[in-house]
Design a protein around this ligand. Structure first.
Ligand SMILES: [Fe+2]
Length: 475
């Protein structure tokens, strides 16, 4: 039975334009025995078709085109106006409840479902690399975004590239209201990355899996897209798929957990359309400045002889090391982590899957990968130049006390875990791997400045405490 007494209070909520009417409902009794005391009439958004969440991704390797995606409640094609007079018309897509995993009850196909509206895509062409442009998107019918500023990436073969990378970010609500899944560090990391993108010469951002943690609750994609817009509207936001985007039993994911809440990668691929070749084969490569990036899916079959295995092998071999001397490899689940989860019941699969490492690690050595970026484990860790658990080179300190790895001649990949982007942090085992050089459990992001001869990696805390770890690789 509801017990109510008369009182007065004010609560302020941060409400996103989710395109459909909303209602406020006042409960008592807590989550265990909720009881409705009052509810508002349905409230409509002034413009449910408003174009929102413009975010960029890399197209080709010349730096002369960039892809823009945004969300609107309206299906008619819209425009991007850019570079003082150019325009590009959008193609439009969406996804339905029936696209979510079926055959098993999931959040995505049940209580978590919410119409995502329409996702618009336009390619901005005839740009110059490493150049800033203004743009806006929308139409006279649905309205326009405010004026935005983007920067194109350096062309492949250019001598410099600076990028930011992290994994496992997620989201939280700005008004501190409760959602089904909150990542407590996300707001501070998003703010710190946004400041860095506005302040420094950042060319692109790389998010290495576990993107929004919407996990079947679709409005949380809106929440995440809203939070990253100050970053992703300015520079390309490149992604790798994680377990929380893809995994679900009997759906084609390698790991058969329910971690995607029934999304099975559908929502992820709609919001973040990377330069992949086919649907649900989310592995790809791209080049910018002196770097060839190879992005794998740790959530799809990577075993010896699989389609993805063969692709990784041929992609690494195809990198022209004269044009892009640096080869950076990334995916979600790590091959090295000093969090082994022994006795941790919350993880069904250990942080490092030995079968994954034994199958894929030889490809990285043969392909002469310089640096590997992983997520999934929620902290930061860096290895020696390592293969099969053995250090083949330890770094030496330079005159500034910074660890330096020599990579001429090539020795072995240096692995990093950069899953400190927002999810509740993991600690470390008392006895780390003997290949482990640096271990930090703080929220933050990595910033990597690459020239033709050197790669300078910094781990930057999001609480203002600055650089927590740094190292260089020299060619
Ligand atoms: Fe993960």
């Amino acid at each position: 039975m509801c017990v109510a007494r008369s009182c007065q209070a004010t609560l302020a909520f941060d409400i996103l334009n989710i395109r459909t009417d909303i209602k406020f409902v006042l409960f008592t009794g807590g989550f265990s025995s909720p009881c409705v005391l009052a509810e508002s009439k349905p409230l409509s958004f002034e413009n449910p078709n408003q174009p929102l969440y413009g975010h960029l991704s890399v197209v080709g390797s010349s730096g002369t085109s960039v892809k823009l995606r945004w969300v609107s409640g309206h299906a008619d094609p819209q425009l991007v106006n850019y570079a003082s007079g150019k325009f590009s018309q959008s193609t439009v897509t969406t996804f339905q409840k029936s696209d979510m995993c079926n055959g098993m009850l999931s959040s995505a196909a049940d209580v978590g479902w919410h119409d995502p509206g329409f996702i618009h895509t336009a390619i901005l062409t005839e740009l110059e690399p490493s150049t800033s442009y203004t743009y806006k998107y929308g139409s006279d019918k649905v309205g326009w975004s405010s004026d935005q500023a983007l920067k194109t990436v350096p062309a492949a073969g250019a001598s410099n590239l600076t990028f930011i990378a992290f994994g496992d970010m997620g989201k939280a609500s700005l008004d501190h209201s409760i959602q089904h899944y909150i990542q407590p560090g996300s707001l501070s990391v998003i703010k710190a990355v946004s400041t860095e993108v506005s302040r420094a010469d950042i060319d692109l951002v790389l998010h290495v899996g576990d993107i929004s943690y919407a996990t079947g609750f679709m409005v949380e994609w809106d929440n995440f897209m809203d939070l990253i817009t100050p970053i992703a509207s300015k520079v390309p936001y490149m992604t790798a798929i994680g377990n929380h985007e893809r995994d679900f039993p009997d759906s084609g994911s390698y790991y058969e957990t329910t971690d995607s809440g029934g999304e099975c990668g559908v929502a992820y691929e709609k919001y973040f359309q990377m330069p992949t070749r086919e649907k649900d084969k989310p592995w790809y490569s791209f080049e910018a400045g002196p770097v060839h990036f190879t992005v794998m899916s740790t959530e799809h079959d990577w075993k010896f002889g699989s389609e993805q295995y063969k692709w990784i092998e041929s992609d690494l071999a195809s990198a022209d090391r004269k044009r892009t001397p640096w080869l950076i490899f990334t995916g979600h689940r790590p091959q090295y982590s000093s969090v082994n989860d022994i006795g941790v019941a919350s993880r069904l699969i250990p942080s490092v899957d030995p079968v994954f490492r034994s199958n894929v690690e030889p490809l990285l050595l043969r392909g002469q990968v310089d640096l590997v970026l992983w997520g999934h484990v929620h902290n930061y860790e860096r290895t020696c130049a390592v293969f099969q658990g053995r250090c083949l080179q330890f770094p030496a300190k330079d005159s500034d006390g910074v660890d330096v790895y020599e990579s001429d001649p090539y020795i072995a990949p240096i692995h990093t875990v950069i899953g400190m982007g927002g999810f509740l942090l993991d600690g470390f085992n008392l006895l780390p791997g003997n290949w482990s050089i640096s271990r930090i459990s703080n929220y933050g992001f990595s910033k990597v400045a690459v020239t033709s001869q050197s790669l300078h990696f910094e781990l930057i805390a999001s609480d203002g405490k600055g650089v927590q770890d740094s190292f260089k690789i020299l060619k």
